[in-house]
Design a protein around this ligand. Structure first.
Ligand SMILES: Nc1ncnc2c1ncn2[C@@H]1O[C@H](COP(=O)(O)OP(=O)(O)OP(=O)(O)O)[C@@H](O)[C@H]1O
Ligand code: SF4
Ligand SMILES: [Mg+2]
Length: 324
């Protein structure tokens, strides 16, 4: 099966060679047809940069980006234009993603106008079908963005993102700016749309617990590198990398027995301008040893499809807290 998108040896540096920010390094990642791949990491770990490189909204400074087998790393914008209807992006903040002076109907129809040769009547009918798919009611179509709630506006953004039947949608923290009460509805909608459209989705979040509800696979980023990746069920049930274990432990319930298993990380995150030579997590890792500062841990497969970059994983001494 041809991958939808593939990154190989991807690197992204912003700014001058010597002092630039190394936002991404040595990223190998495959997005498979129709899957939901969760991309998780703290602020500044490179999630948005990775999402933008996948869609070639950014040109990486190293490595390759493939879309459905084509190496699009160096394609000029003119050539990328014909791929634009096959990929789309949903951003965190629906208020700034939508033109406040356009009616909802026009906003939903806009991608059809740009990318599809449809008559006005066909466009209107398709726009209404899209609105129904994301549960925007007919009477809301003639309203202005200012008259809708954040959750409803994010549904409009999702309708725009699926309008041209893209094969790949990158969603960059699509629920982070929304009230908790509407988040679950958006996640349900995305799962439903994945099933009905077959689009592959890359779901970016800093919240591992969200991925439990939606992702098939999970990749964990730390300081611009993937440090763990695998089936969501495995990564979320039995995280191998100490960083993933710490991230996940933040979601343990308030139950005192569970709370005592919570891992609080101390220490500084190294600067992305001046990275240490060994494991990037060594400054905060409770299991760090001298060798961790010398050797960059390779990403090794520990079980089928489940890889992790920690020197202790192959030895089985990687548990921050023993299993209950
Ligand atoms: N245009 C830019 N110019 C310079 N540095 C940038 C630029 N975009 C991102 N960076 C830097 O690259 C690194 C990764 O940024 P990125 O926005 O991809 O992280 P993120 O994981 O999406 O963070 P957040 O969770 O806050 O959205 C950060 O150190 C950031 O400061
Ligand atoms: S390689 Fe060392 S510092 Fe890095 S995660 Fe593993 S134990 Fe921690
Ligand atoms: Mg981001």
């Amino acid at each position: 099966m041809t991958a939808i998108a593939e990154l190989r040896g991807l690197g992204m540096r912003f700014g001058p060679m010597a002092q630039g920010v190394h936002a991404l390094q040595d990223i190998d990642l495959t997005v498979r047809p129709g899957e939901i791949l969760g991309l998780v990491g703290e602020s500044g770990s490179g999630k948005s940069t990775l999402g933008r490189c996948l869609l070639r909204l950014l040109a990486p400074t190293a490595g390759t980006v493939r879309f459905e087998g084509d190496d699009i790393t160096a394609w000029p914008e003119r050539r990328l234009r014909r791929l634009r209807s096959a990929m789309s992006m949903v951003f965190q903040d629906p208020w700034s993603a939508l033109n406040p002076r356009m009616r909802i109907r026009a906003l939903i129809e806009e991608p059809l106008l740009l990318h599809c040769a449809l008559s006005a009547a066909e466009r209107r009918a398709r726009g209404e079908a899209l609105a129904t798919a994301v549960r925007i009611s007919p009477d809301q179509l003639d309203r202005m963005p200012g008259e809708l709630s954040g959750g409803q506006l994010q549904r409009v953004c999702i309708a725009r993102a699926i309008a041209t039947n893209p094969r790949l949608i990158v969603l960059d923290e699509p629920t982070s700016s929304l009230d908790l009460s509407v988040r679950a509805g958006i996640l349900d909608l995305l799962a439903e749309l994945r099933a009905s459209t077959g689009s592959a989705m890359v779901f970016i979040t800093h919240d591992l617990a969200t991925l439990r509800l939606i992702a098939d696979r999970v990749a964990v980023l730390y300081l611009g590198r993937i440090i763990e990746e695998g089936p969501a069920g495995r990564v979320l049930a039995d995280p191998l990398h100490p960083y993933t274990q710490a991230l996940l432990s933040a979601h343990l319930s308030a139950d005192p027995a569970e709370r005592s298993r919570r891992i609080r990380l101390q220490g500084e995150i190294p600067s992305p301008i001046n990275r240490p030579p060994g494991c990037s997590f060594a400054t905060r890792c409770p299991l760090a040893e001298p060798r961790c500062n010398a050797v960059q841990p390779p990403l090794l497969e520990q079980e089928p499809g489940h890889i992790a970059a920690c020197l202790r994983v192959p030895e089985g001494s990687n548990r921050l807290v023993p299993p209950p």
